[in-house]
Design a protein. Structure first.
Length: 291
């Protein structure tokens, strides 16, 4: 493998990592605050992608407008699932919410398959040529995808670390009882959190559809890398989720010449198993003693 091949794989890995970071961050927020892995995140991505496809087909609007509509739709679906399902399971064992999330994912996927079928879909986008810099090929669409993903991540980090919403959210994540005693209204805060989770998932689904194709299984196939990135970065750490996604996707891309593209998903399982065995706290996580 030449340095040009290495550079191309590295660039592809970084772009994919930014896209995977969106659902990984969404899962981290739910895990950090609600204390369960939201297995429906991948299917929320699929919901967002198909909502954008439907808006484009029915309305004939540009992709950016269809993406905004899909964000609104998926955010409502996400918040509705919290109100109807996960809010009622608060206080129960984590496995109850996790199983409910798996069931919600199956429900969303089945509804999408029923109404949209299993045909592959694509967004209506102009065809562009790749820029060639001495053998290093970069698609303008990939740069746009990376810029949108990075901008969305930056906005979320500003919300988490520089606003009252983020301070209240971190307080609830640290101790819900103390936050409630301090006058923080957890109900409205949780609703905003799940709206944000739906928006992140939708944007991730649209960007993934821009880079590849839209299918009912696209979100499910992205769930394992996102979950592995969350564990690799440190469960409950937003910064760790992004770092984990970037590291995981770069490693996956660099492994293609050795293992082939078919084993990229298997590598996610391998990374997940190694992290759980060697450093369960992840890159940014802290080891906590439990008595």
């Amino acid at each position: 493998m030449t340095w040009i091949d290495f550079a191309n794989l590295l660039i592809n890995g970084l772009i994919e990592g930014l896209v995977v970071a969106l659902p990984a961050l969404a899962m981290t927020l739910v895990m950090g605050v609600n204390r369960f892995p939201n297995a429906a995140t991948g299917d929320l991505m699929t919901t967002g992608a198909y909502a954008a496809v439907a808006v484009q087909l029915l309305g004939g609007v540009p992709l950016w407008l269809a993406a905004i509509a899909s964000v609104a739709v998926t955010a409502v679906v996400s918040a509705g699932s919290y109100q109807l399902i996960f809010r009622k399971l608060a206080g129960r064992p984590m496995v109850a919410s996790m199983l409910a999330a798996i069931g919600l994912g199956f429900l969303l996927r089945s509804l999408i398959s029923f109404f949209a079928g299993h045909d592959q879909r694509t967004f209506e986008m102009p065809l562009v040529r790749a820029w060639n810099f001495g053998g290093i090929r970069i698609l303008p669409t990939d740069l746009l995808i990376a810029a949108i993903a990075a901008a969305c991540l930056a906005v979320v980090f500003v919300l988490i670390y520089r606003t009252s919403f983020g301070r209240q959210l971190r307080a609830v994540a640290d101790s819900a009882d103390l936050a409630r005693a301090s006058g923080i209204r957890a109900g409205g805060l949780m609703l905003c959190l799940w709206l944000l989770v739906g928006a992140l998932s939708s944007i991730g689904g649209v960007l993934l559809g821009m880079k590849a194709i839209v299918t009912p299984e696209m979100g499910w196939e992205s769930l394992i890398p996102a979950f592995a990135a969350m564990v690799l970065g440190g469960i409950g750490s937003p910064v760790g989720a992004v770092l984990g996604a970037l590291v995981l996707c770069v490693v996956q891309e660099l492994s293609v010449p050795l293992l082939g593209p078919s084993y990229k998903l298997v590598l996610s399982f391998v990374v997940l198993a190694l992290v759980l065995l060697l450093r369960p706290a992840g890159i940014m996580g802290r080891v906590q003693l439990v008595r």
